[in-house]
Design a protein around this ligand. Structure first.
Ligand code: GUN
Ligand code: ZN
Length: 448
């Protein structure tokens, strides 16, 4: 049969497909496949035999019984803090002063920024993270380098320059006009790059380091630049909350500080959001603001316990964040595990957790029409997971029901399981050279 030319540019990836449909139900296709076209869009998802027949002439990669799952979404992470992973012994405000601000000051040097950005985006891909919502530093040049590196490496990110104009070390304090002007310049250069692979977020660090004028300025810019994000920290530690009350005595609560400055709304992402009351939850919900839940960081910095059930019940969209270096690892497998361990009196089950690390994260940033699970028409962001990479995982695990497989992944998974990571159909990480190309077969299915 003559092969349609366009099919030659399609790639069919076969394996054991597991992908959330919602927070409870999953597609689990033991011999499944996805067909991905040259633009990186998923054209079909189904049983491997059906796709072999439908996509004759396409490239065919057979991952055997390895898992093919949607890539994970890290809703809150700090690029410049990657060098500070594992520095402990402090709570939030003293930890910032002792480790984090000095590390961020090094980003006045753009060559340092380039070096760390390459390392950072390499590690994200190696950990199976296909979208990260990233804080950089106040430095515009270094933020530009970080975007440049992500652009070159095929990474997907929402990212932005941090804004800080008070209660910060001199070397990280800027004037409001400069911080706003540089943010707009970066936004104009990078927001929407490569058909939306890179997106811009305005990033006021938190209410302690941002004056009213700066937050109002951010609100104006965020609303003027459609499709951009606003990303900040909210109510992470009690010491921080008390300081915010002193700085803004007229505000009812920390959430109210952001509300008064026009920072709640769709496409706002609040990291941590631990110390909130019922009214705060209603405000976040009614304004369609989102939360990045960062359990590993909350544990590491002893910040407190996230109100998992009340936040869910309030209907607030939320996903998971590693918060590196507040969290000591990038792997969202480990973050999912901590999200379970951190709840003392409720059981957060693995299907729910895997949903939060994928589709739930995509919903939180308004991108679930494009990302979050393996569905026809979405962009092909996926990972190949080989459970035999960890010898303590029983060989028959993959034959078990979906929830048992997800449970094993959540409670034993880490970066070692990830063999390959794809963003928009392009392989941006493979554990060994040619790991993906070695799985390519002739259309007949015979090994090459
Ligand atoms: N609050 C303000 N800045 C930071 C930061 O860098 N990390 C964390 N975890 N919380 C913050
Ligand atoms: Zn953070």
């Amino acid at each position: 049969m003559a092969v349609d030319e366009t099919r030659k540019s399609v790639a069919v990836y076969a394996g054991h497909l597991i992908s959330p449909i919602d927070s409870k139900s999953y597609l689990d296709l033991r011999r499944g496949a996805i067909a991905v076209d040259a633009s990186g869009t998923i054209q079909e998802v189904g049983p491997v035999d059906d796709l072999r027949a439908a996509w004759e002439g396409a490239h065919f990669y057979d991952f055997g019984d390895r898992l093919i799952m949607p890539g994970m979404i890290d809703l809150h992470i700090h690029l410049p803090q990657f060098t500070q992973i594992g520095k402990s012994g402090q709570t939030l405000l003293s930890w910032l002063e002792k480790y984090i601000f000095p590390a961020e000051s090094k980003f006045s040097d753009t060559s340092h920024a380039r070096k760390i950005a390459r390392w950072f985006f390499t590690e994200l891909a190696r950990n199976g993270t296909t979208l990260a919502n990233v804080f950089t530093t106040i430095h515009a040049g270094s933020t530009d380098e970080a975007f440049q590196v992500a652009a070159e490496m095929g990474s997907r990110a929402i990212m932005g320059k941090v804004l800080m104009d008070r209660h910060s070390p001199d070397y990280l304090t800027e004037d409001v006009d400069t911080s706003l002007r540089q943010s707009v310049e970066l936004c104009q250069k990078w927001h929407g790059y490569d058909n939306g692979r890179l997106l811009y977020a305005f990033v006021p660090r938190f209410a302690i380091t941002c004056s009213s004028a700066q937050m109002q300025g951010v609100s104006k810019l965020w609303h003027e630049h459609k499709g951009t994000y606003m990303h900040t920290h909210l109510a992470e530690s009690m010491e921080e909350v008390e300081f915010v009350h002193e700085l803004f005595p007229d505000a009812r609560s920390y959430t109210d500080v952001y509300k008064r400055h026009g920072l709640l709304g769709d496409r706002s992402v609040y990291a941590h959001a631990i110390h909130l009351d019922g009214r705060d939850l209603s405000e976040l919900s009614s304004t369609r603001s989102s939360i990045a839940h960062c359990p590993s960081s909350n544990f590491f910095l002893k910040s407190g316990r996230f109100h998992y059930v009340p936040v869910t019940d309030a209907g607030i969209r939320f996903g998971l964040g590693s918060d590196v270096a507040g969290g000591p690892y990038m792997s969202l497998f480990q973050v999912m595990r901590d999200a379970n361990y951190m709840q003392a009196d409720c059981w957060v089950d693995p299907p729910e957790l895997f949903y939060r690390a994928t589709l739930g994260g995509a919903e939180a940033v308004g991108l679930s029409d494009k990302l979050g699970n393996l569905v026809k028409g979405k962009e092909a962001d996926f990972i190949v997971v080989n459970t035999s990479r960890k010898t303590e995982i029983a060989a028959d695990m993959l034959k078990q029901p979906t929830e048992e497989i997800l449970s094993t992944l959540v409670f034993t998974g880490d970066d070692r399981l990830v063999e390959a990571t794809f963003v928009r159909g392009r392989c941006i990480f493979e554990l060994e050279p040619n790991l993906v190309s070695k799985t390519e077969q002739r259309f007949s299915g015979a090994p090459r």
